[in-house]
Ligand binder design. Structure first.
Ligand code: ADP
Ligand code: MG
Length: 241
């Protein structure tokens, strides 16, 4: 579904991504782990074309989306993104946050968009919050609204960049529960996370990045019980203890 081929990214002299190759099949859940600064966010941002790569290509459904003239607006509708810091529109209530993009881009009536938004809010456990302003919600609730907002575009793939890292520990579980449910429903997901239990239990494949490279990738069982690369071992020893 997504294929990243020989991708590189520089910021000035700094090489942040180096020859990244990655394939994601439909329905697959991939977790990306690795130390801070290893290039995880930059990789997700390149996949979503929020950041333009310095070299290499990205294919979606067989089409090279890095080519001139590719329909990035449509691509971003199909490949949605959820950020660490939620990025909700602060002046709009929860329902409007979810409806805004679909109303502009989908050929649906306001009524249909609203119905769908309420359905999605129910799905993330926030049916009673449609009129609330984002600032009155907890971080965990805001992140679940952000997930509902991403789902409102009916994406084929969802990218998550450390969706629980900005949350108080007691709020992490509710967000992971929603993500687990999406995974069970067959959503194709790429998740950058430090939640090793989630990675171990939910994802199909773990990718370990360090210093701009994909150092190792394998099934969670293999990565967590028998990592091959010394850098993976060191990282996991530090994070899992
Ligand atoms: P991670 O998400 O794994 O912590 P990032 O992808 O955010 O890593 O960053 C990788 C490296 O790229 C870091 O050294 C970071 O400082 C650098 N970097 C990220 N974004 C920019 C930018 N817009 N300009 C310059 N350097 C950047
Ligand atoms: Mg990051």
């Amino acid at each position: 579904m997504i294929k990243v081929s020989n991708l590189s990214k520089n910021f000035g002299d700094l090489e942040v991504l180096k020859d990244i190759n990655l394939e994601v099949s439909e329905g697959e859940v991939i977790c990306i782990i690795g130390p801070s600064g290893s290039g995880k966010s930059t990789l997700l941002r390149c996949i979503n074309q929020l950041e333009i790569q310095s070299g290499g290509d990205i294919y979606y459904d067989g089409k090279n989306i890095c080519e001139k003239g590719s329909d990035l607006r449509k691509y971003r509708e199909e490949v949605g993104m959820v950020f660490q810091k939620f990025n909700l529109f602060p002046m709009k209530n929860v329902l409007k946050n979810i409806m805004l993009a679909p109303i502009l881009t989908k050929k649906k009536s306001k009524h249909e968009c609203e119905k769908k938004a309420i359905e999605l809010l129910t799905k993330v456990g926030l049916a009673d919050k449609s009129n609330a302003m984002p600032s009155t919600l907890s971080g965990g609730q805001q992140q679940r609204v952000a997930i509902a907002r991403a789902l409102a575009m009916e994406p084929k793939v969802l990218l998550f960049d450390e969706p629980t890292s900005a949350l108080d520990p007691e709020l992490v579980g509710d967000v992971l529960k929603v993500m687990r449910q999406l995974a069970n429903e067959g959503m194709t997901m790429i998740v950058v996370t430090h939640e090793m239990e989630f990675a171990r239990e939910v994802c199909d494949r773990v990718i370990f990045m360090d210093d701009g490279y994909i150092v190792e990738e394998d099934k969670p069982e293999a990565i967590f019980t028998n990592p091959k690369n010394q850098r993976t071992k060191t990282f996991l020893a530090r994070i899992v203890g």
